[in-house]
Design a protein around this ligand. Structure first.
Ligand code: SAM
Length: 254
């Protein structure tokens, strides 16, 4: 696992506080796509449980898996008691039970690409659903976005995660839809976007950045410097776009 993928546990409580949760539209989209009841789900990289709640609070028996002990401890404070938890990275999960739904929120890109799709396929019921969703959080005003970019650039070149398979941002189908389309185990691949706009105070926007791995891996002094530089260019409130891109695919029937 890379340093960035292992960086979240140190700020588990800030993660829970500053990262936005997932809207019910995600649940609605997944269940409409499934077109059959989703009773069981396996979540990869569940973090503090923001996407765990989305399904568990609507009656799905979720098994939340997460490699970081501190993230998992935070998760247990926020999810219904019936959620099963397993401390494990995706690569450590052994095939066994199959689920109606296997999903990952803002986490799939951290998993090892080797055998990723055959391993995932082994966890989904034939005809069941795989879903991956997430998206960047950026200032909606291009002038503010440019100012933030200039302020961070001496420390952090880019704070998003580049497409794992190099798909250019303008391509119609984005990763992981691209890989799912090429995969022999999945079919009926769809990509949907849920548009979201939020208004954050400048402090909360910095709070959000304090949970982003590109900053978490900086030495403490540099992290303080970059946040101070960004704070200087922010308006009092920051309009942000936090659109979610959802990829859905169906496990092929044998
Ligand atoms: C950006 S957080 C997303 C957390 C949560 N799913 C959410 O949407 O709020 C990424 C999570 O992936 C976890 N992670 C990193 N590498 C992983 C791996 N190889 N397998 C599973 N999870 C991993 C991290 O510990 C972290 O909790």
């Amino acid at each position: 696992m890379s340093a960035r993928s292992r960086s979240f546990g140190a700020i588990a409580q800030a993660y829970e506080r500053f990262r936005p949760g997932y809207p019910v539209d995600v649940y609605d989209m997944v269940t409409a796509y499934a077109a059959r009841p989703i009773k069981t789900a396996l979540e990869i990289g569940a973090g503090t449980g923001k996407a765990t709640r989305l399904f568990a609070e609507r009656g799905v028996a979720v098994t939340a898996t997460e490699p970081d002990a501190a993230m998992l401890a935070e998760l247990r404070k926020h999810v219904p008691a019936h959620v099963a938890t397993v401390q494990a990275a995706f690569e450590e999960l052994r095939p066994g039970e199959r689920y109606d739904l296997v999903y990952a929120a803002a986490a799939l890109h951290w998993t090892n690409p080797r055998n990723r799709w055959s391993r995932l396929a082994a966890m989904v019921e034939p005809g069941g659903v795989f879903a991956s969703f997430g998206g960047p959080i950026e200032p909606a005003d291009p002038a503010v976005a440019d100012a933030v970019c200039a302020a961070r650039s001496p420390f952090v070149e880019r704070h998003d995660v580049p497409s794992p398979d190099g798909t250019p941002p303008e391509a119609e189908m984005q990763w992981p839809g691209t890989e799912l389309q090429r995969s022999e185990w999945f079919t009926d691949v769809r990509q949907e976007v849920i548009e979201r706009r939020l208004t954050l105070t400048a402090d909360d926007y910095i709070g959000h950045l304090s949970t982003v791995s590109a900053y978490l891996v900086l030495p403490d002094a540099q992290r303080e410097q970059v946040f101070a530089a960004i704070a200087r260019v922010l308006p009092e409130t920051v309009e942000i776009t936090t659109d979610l891109t959802i990829h859905l695919a169906r496990r092929c029937e044998p």
